[in-house]
Ligand binder design. Structure first.
Ligand SMILES: NC(=O)c1ccc[n+]([C@@H]2O[C@H](COP(=O)([O-])OP(=O)(O)OC[C@H]3O[C@@H](n4cnc5c(N)ncnc54)[C@H](O)[C@@H]3O)[C@@H](O)[C@H]2O)c1
Length: 314
């Protein structure tokens, strides 16, 4: 395949690029480096299949028109990903995640490029007490981020229906691992592991009983690449997660055994919180032969070891 990865200099995008190159595919990255880093791609510069980074924005249609010809598949990950930022500045999230996705779809349509839209588990209503969230589970956009992703999903599926464009919607659950940013806009694992290593306090929003299903970055990348490599998947929505949820309180204790360094503060966006998220990934197994391979304990150790090495990306 010749693949274009939007957001490929970001955390998950970088792992998708690695997985594609390992599979012998040709890869071009398009990223405006607003959150991604050139250094995340440094190790691929000498790879035979790596066709380089186009530094540019999915909101620029002329730039997209130059980048798309000849691409068989587009893995679309470029997005504003932060819930709180989307509440503070919904216009920015709309422009990137809705208008930007529309621009990407238009180029897919013109160039007959398969569209793999990377959405998120944050579109879902909380899990029921007795089971995981499958793809039939109700959605509930509790933040402009979730709403923008749902709009991107709807646009993607509409191109499948109206134009027969091969297009798939993926909903990975909370993803963590090396190369995730450790600032406030990073994921909770990256933020807490970094603070723990620095001997700082770990701040939990709310009472910490909210749960998440954590997916290791390499498992996530295998899932995304598999979805783009498989024909006949068009029009589908597919989840990926570990199938196990854990409260933020439990996660904090796994990362930092010193209880006195864990503090609870009032939630910054209680109305946008999703109390329980746990994935039912059986559809991914059925359609893609995919399953998660890295346990949370193993993934946390890998993330910590990587941070201790002080590798770029922190
Ligand atoms: N991190 C998670 O837990 C998670 C879970 C489910 C889905 N996702 C989705 O996966 C994708 C990647 O997330 P991530 O965690 O790697 O985030 P990230 O912020 O590390 O990656 C996003 C990348 O997109 C780039 N970007 C943003 N706006 C752009 C624009 N207008 N034009 C070009 N590039 C732009 C950024 O520079 C960055 O490199 C996102 O679509 C996100 O919604 C993430």
């Amino acid at each position: 395949m010749r693949a274009l990865v939007t957001g490929g200099a970001g955390f998950i995008g970088r792992w998708v690029v690695k997985e594609l190159l390992t599979g012998g595919h040709e890869v071009t990255v398009l990223d405006n480096l607003s959150a991604g880093r050139r250094e995340n791609l440094a190790q691929f510069l000498e790879s035979a299949g790596f066709n380089g980074l186009v530094e540019g924005d999915i909101r620029e249609r002329e730039l997209l028109a130059r980048a798309f010809p000849g691409q068989n598949v587009c893995y679309h990950l470029a997005a504003s990903i932060n819930v709180q930022n989307s509440i503070d500045d919904p216009g920015e999230t709309f422009d990137n995640d809705v208008a930007g996705t529309f621009n990407v779809l238009e180029e897919c349509r013109k160039n007959n490029t398969r569209m793999i839209f990377v959405s998120t588990c944050m579109v879902y209503e909380r899990a029921r007490p007795d089971g995981g969230i499958d793809e039939q589970h109700p959605v509930r956009p509790t933040s402009p981020y979730a709403a923008a992703k749902l709009a991107g999903e709807a646009l993607t599926l509409s191109y499948h229906h109206a134009y027969r464009l091969p297009a798939v919607v993926l909903r990975p659950f909370n993803t963590y691992g090396p190369y995730q940013r450790t600032g406030g806009e990073g994921g909770v694992v990256a933020v807490f592991t970094d603070r723990n290593l620095k001997g700082e306090k770990l701040t939990v929003y709310g009472d910490g009983t909210q749960t998440r299903d954590f997916l290791y970055a390499e498992d996530c990348a295998r899932f995304i690449v598999a979805a783009g490599s498989r024909y006949g998947l068009s029009g589908e929505i597919v989840n990926a997660g570990s199938g196990r949820d854990i409260t933020i309180n439990e996660l904090t204790c796994l990362i930092c055994p010193e209880k006195e360094r864990i503090i609870h503060v009032p939630h910054i966006h209680p109305r946008s919180e999703i109390e329980k998220l746990v994935c039912d990934w059986r559809k991914a197994e059925r359609l893609l032969g995919w399953k998660p391979l890295v346990s949370l304990e193993d993934g946390l150790t890998r993330t910590r070891n990587w941070m201790e090495m002080g590798v770029t990306g922190r």
